[in-house]
Design a protein around this ligand. Structure first.
Ligand code: UDP
Length: 500
């Protein structure tokens, strides 16, 4: 007789894309699943594991069963520079093809590992951008659940825009309405992600097509969202996927330990926690603007100047995150020549490098988040109950802005008009003026008028987000349903084998 497998006998194999903003939510997801009692195997490479092993080790010490498997990354064989194991470190667009070739080379090693794994793999939670896991799942006869790090709103926009694209109906210029959505969403082609609005250089359409084909074969989808945030879009997407959509976010909320929050995404690179806390504690509630463009987004010095001057003229205290490394020298040069840092030091804090974003967002002093609208940042802002000032840059970020501004009504945009494709930043001048930045900040931070309504709504959504992940909340229920689905799948498989 076959029996329902016990939770500890279930092994969820999590395979993230080696890119910072994909590793972060999937490392969170590993913890979240393990908290329910299943075994989780997180597959990555040594340099990437170093980003989250401290947090995972703490989780293991607390009794969770998580294993981190480190594969050998063959970047050099694929033509990548030494030490380049993460999408964020790929030097320019010209190397993207090589990066995906190196990702493909991980398949053989992974399959060898899965063969001897105990407990046997029950399913693969795969990043949607790791296409070969579709074949691996078939080979091991286990479900492949994909994660592409975006919202149900975005999934439905994409689905309907593919229909338009196949019919050649996306206009080259001017606005158009994305069909068949619960809300009227107007966009221009220039605001669309590369699938519909390809970058000028280094076309990787074949890789995109392979990823999309693999996505269609997936057993189901997990989403870093919560149902209450976008219920009508969740319902639509679920119908499209025969019910197999699990909304289990906001994933960042699984980090209760302060160290987990501080080190999230980049272990130990932030060592000024005390200074930051004191600085934030010194401001009245909801007065500080936090500005950060995620892990990948870069802006040119021309655009940075507008951002910096706009922040300054808003009169608000602010934290501005500035990237370090290649290409940042002109920005640093402007900062020192212009005297911006010195001039604003009484109310401005510049963080160079990695900032502990979820720690900052959850501090009561923070009253606005100027964001590039990456989905992780978007959900983190929503979870903190903070209204947003939106400045989308690339990928699906303009669509996220539409959701925030026109559906959820918790944001004001700075008025950027077109995608600045990754790696093509220099092709675009300043799209946004400092006046537009100041105006948007003032509207959001205003304690009366429009700002008051936006703030109230953002606070309500923040409360809903927290309730969703609590026992009995919608996301908690979705995690349990996902596990039950895999349990039943395994039971059915065993029953079939027993009959043969
Ligand atoms: N992040 C952070 N500190 C930084 C920059 C980014 O903690 O200085 C985190 C942020 O909290 C989010 C992720 O990196 O979890 C960025 O993901 P998102 O989807 O917002 O943007 P992307 O990096 O993909 O553009």
């Amino acid at each position: 007789m076959t029996t329902v497998p016990a939770l500890a006998e279930l092994n969820f194999v999590v395979i993230p894309l080696l890119s910072t903003s994909h590793l972060i939510p999937l490392a969170d997801m590993a913890k979240l699943l393990a908290q329910q009692g299943v075994t989780v195997t997180l597959v990555t490479t040594a340099l990437n594991a170093a980003r989250f092993t401290a947090a995972i080790d703490r989780a293991i010490r607390s009794g969770l069963v998580i294993r981190v498997v480190e594969l050998q990354f063959k970047g050099k064989e694929a033509g990548l520079p030494e030490g380049c194991e993460n999408h964020n470190d790929v030097p320019g667009l010209n190397y993207r093809r090589q990066f995906f070739a190196a990702i493909d080379m991980l398949q053989e090693q992974t399959e060898k590992l899965l063969e001897d794994m105990k407990p046997k793999p029950s399913c693969i939670i795969s990043d949607a951008y790791v296409a070969w896991t579709a074949d691996t799942a078939d080979r091991f006869q286990i479900p492949r659940i994909v994660f592409d790090g975006m919202s149900c709103f975005n999934q439905m926009c994409k689905y309907n825009m593919y229909i338009l694209k196949d019919q050649n109906k996306i206009p080259e210029s001017g606005t158009f309405v994305i069909p068949d959505l619960p809300d009227r969403i107007e966009v221009t082609k220039a605001q669309l992600p590369p699938h519909f609005n390809p970058a000028g250089t280094v076309v990787i359409q074949d890789i995109r097509d392979k990823i999309r084909a693999a996505e269609k074969r997936a057993y189901g989808v997990v989403i870093n969202t919560f149902e209450e945030l976008e219920q009508r879009y969740v319902d639509k997407f679920r119908r499209l996927k025969d019910g197999r959509v699990w909304c289990i976010g906001p994933l960042s909320l699984c980090n209760n330990d302060n160290l987990d929050k501080v080190q999230r995404g980049n272990k130990g690179s932030f060592d000024k926690e005390d200074i930051l806390k004191k600085w934030l504690d010194s401001w009245e509630p909801e007065t500080v603007v936090y500005a950060c463009f995620g892990s990948l987004g870069r802006i040119t010095v021309v655009q940075f100047v507008e951002l910096a001057l706009g922040l300054e003229a808003s009169g608000c205290p602010f934290i501005l995150v500035i990237k370090t490394g290649e290409g940042q020298a002109p920005i640093e040069e402007w900062i020192s020549k212009n005297g911006f840092e010195e001039r604003t030091k009484e109310r401005g804090l510049l963080i160079r490098g990695w900032s502990p974003q979820v720690v900052i967002l959850s501090h009561p002093a923070v009253g606005g988040f100027l964001t590039h609208c990456g989905w992780n940042s978007t959900v983190e802002g929503i979870s903190a109950g903070v209204p947003l000032i939106t400045w989308p840059l690339f990928a699906e970020q303009f669509l996220n802005e539409k959701l925030l501004e026109h559906v959820l009504n918790i944001a004001v945009g700075v008025g950027s008009q077109a995608i600045v494709h990754l790696g093509e930043e220099e092709k675009f001048g300043a799209q946004v003026s400092n006046n537009a930045v100041t105006d948007a900040i003032k509207k959001v931070m205003d304690k009366e008028k429009e700002g008051k309504k936006i703030r109230k709504r953002a606070r309500e959504l923040g409360e809903m987000a927290k309730r969703a992940v609590e026992d009995g909340g919608s996301s908690h229920l979705n995690v349990m349903l996902l596990i039950k689905e895999i349990q039943e799948f395994q039971l059915n498989q065993s029953a079939k084998t027993a009959l043969v």
